[in-house]
Design a protein around this ligand. Sequence first.
Ligand code: SF4
Ligand code: SF4
Length: 257
Amino acid sequence: MAGADAALLDCDVEEPNGHLFMAPGLERSIPVHARFPQIDEEKCIHCGKCSRFCQFNALLITKKTNIVMSELCHDCGGCALVCPVDAVTYGEREVGQAGRFERSDGLLFMDGVINTGEFSAEKVIERVLEEGKDRAYRIIDSPPGCACSAVAAAEGADFALVVTEPTPFALSDMKMVVEMLEKLAVPAAVFINKAGENEEDLLAYCAEKNLPVMGKMPFSREYGKILVEGKLIARESDEGRALFEDLWSRIRQGRAG
Ligand code: SF4
Ligand code: SF4
């Protein structure tokens, strides 16, 4: 919203909400597919190698039967590789939809949503991340936490802004996210939401980890009201606009607060 040549990619595909603020007319008309294994009963010797290989418990092999739980499959392709008799082929199913929206101010908005009952969000996230490569900046709204979907969104990013709150629960979550980002070698900084009180433990952790605090959003009834009305703080409040412009400038310059 600061006028950058940017794409905003909402990868929080279990519950995307960016469109409520940035693309109210969004239509999710792009289907996203994932593969899932199909086992040829004629060829299968029930050795169980595919089941033991699968990290997601998507395959149940007994002496007499095979059960494929396609919703649990993450489409890694490994079960076909380990099968000694080439009994595994892959079918395809629709796992979600993506939507693309070009705003009149030039900002590209893209998001995706996974179908109810699907566990694997990576394919939808990968589809969303295909967009916006022609823009100077791609801003990715990652799923929360550090599960496979968060890894898929954060992997390869130039920089991550970890948004947290000054509560013990949020700090515990944040520590796992910071560990994930360290493993992915993504440089990170912190933004404190609902700031104002009880920040000591959070600030001590940031200092210990050398994590710059790039900004703080005060716990404000006014901001809450703006969001509930589906409006943008950066548009409705002078103070809020200054806060986001400062944050954006710090991110671009890689400066700490
Ligand atoms: S493709 Fe990968 S995730 Fe899917 S069932 Fe096979 S081993 Fe499991
Ligand atoms: S690895 Fe191949 S042969 Fe062995 S149980 Fe799986 S599908 Fe059957």
